[in-house]
Design a protein around this ligand. Structure first.
Ligand code: CA
Ligand code: CA
Length: 288
């Protein structure tokens, strides 16, 4: 009975404290041998063993445990106004990808890298650009609990850096605000907290209504067809679209490549980036 209570306590503590479980072993006897080149751990197994599980964690008595990593899975959806441009469009332009302008290294803080073949995908699932996803505290969304680079596809799906899979976070099963940042668009965050878990992928559509995003209609631009896109034009990434953004983009007119000044993300910095998009959004800013 004592052992069962101990195992139960261990399971509870594992499920409460962490989703990343280190190698753990419970054995009546064992030791570690090591020299300069290697280390060997062993335990003595029991004649009768029981496998205990609480649904997410499995514990085998008396033997070394496998490393078990449980990850929250989520699939956010957003549209970027820049590459969407035309009202009513439901597919974003993937010119940065098709012109070979996307780097395999993320422009965001984790500088994560992807395989170059990720950019071979065409059609609705073509990669449009890198984005930055954050899980935020359910009681105080200014507190960022976890973040990672990801990709947004032409049809709005945000996927992991393999270009196809749902996002995975090694965070506890809980409710979070979900925020999406892009290097020259105004960030959006879910209007409400979203319960995430390790067993199913949770889809969070931040493009289907003004009510889906924190700050409502001030956070997104109505593109028609029921699509509400992230607002384009924040050249300097300060969360506000201002005359300073316009003045900076003017200085870069005529260049081509991967640039925050390329507001519609067609690979070139042109007057249309300013006149058709940026200047129409002056005064807009992040709502959280
Ligand atoms: Ca700005
Ligand atoms: Ca452009």
């Amino acid at each position: 009975m004592k052992k069962n209570i101990f195992i139960l306590a261990l399971l509870v503590s594992i499920s409460l404290c962490s989703q990343t479980i280190e190698r753990t072993v419970i054995g009546s006897s064992g030791t570690t041998f090591s020299n300069a080149n290697a280390s060997l751990d062993f335990t003595i197994g029991e004649l009768m063993v029981t496998t205990v599980s609480n649904g997410t964690t499995t514990l085998n008595q008396g033997f070394h445990q496998e490393v078990i990593i449980l990850q929250l899975k989520l699939s956010p959806v957003v549209f970027l106004q820049g590459p969407l441009v035309t009202s009513g469009t439901v597919i974003m332009d993937d010119s940065l990808r098709s012109n070979g302008l996307l780097s395999t290294t993320s422009p965001y803080a984790d500088s994560v890298t992807c395989e170059a073949t990720v950019f071979d995908i065409t059609g609705n699932n073509a990669i449009v650009d890198w984005v930055w996803i954050s899980l935020r505290n359910k009681n105080d969304p200014t507190i960022v609990l976890a973040s990672q680079s990801a990709f947004v596809q032409a049809d709005g799906d945000i996927v992991g850096i393999d270009g196809t899979s749902a996002l995975a976070f090694e965070s506890p099963s809980d409710s979070y605000y979900i925020a999406v940042n892009h290097r020259n668009h105004i960030a959006v965050m879910s209007a409400n907290t979203v319960a995430l878990n390790t067993s199913t992928t949770t889809t969070i559509d931040l493009s289907d209504a003004t009510a889906s995003v924190f700050g409502g209609s001030n956070s997104v631009v109505d593109m028609g067809n029921g699509i509400f896109a992230m607002i384009a034009g924040d050249f300097d990434e300060n969360g506000q679209i201002q005359n300073t953004d316009t003045n900076a983009v003017i200085q870069l007119l005529g260049i081509s490549g991967y640039s925050n000044a390329d507001i519609d993300m067609n690979g070139q910095v042109q007057n249309s980036d300013i006149n058709s998009i940026l200047n129409t959004n002056i005064g807009k800013g992040v709502q959280f």
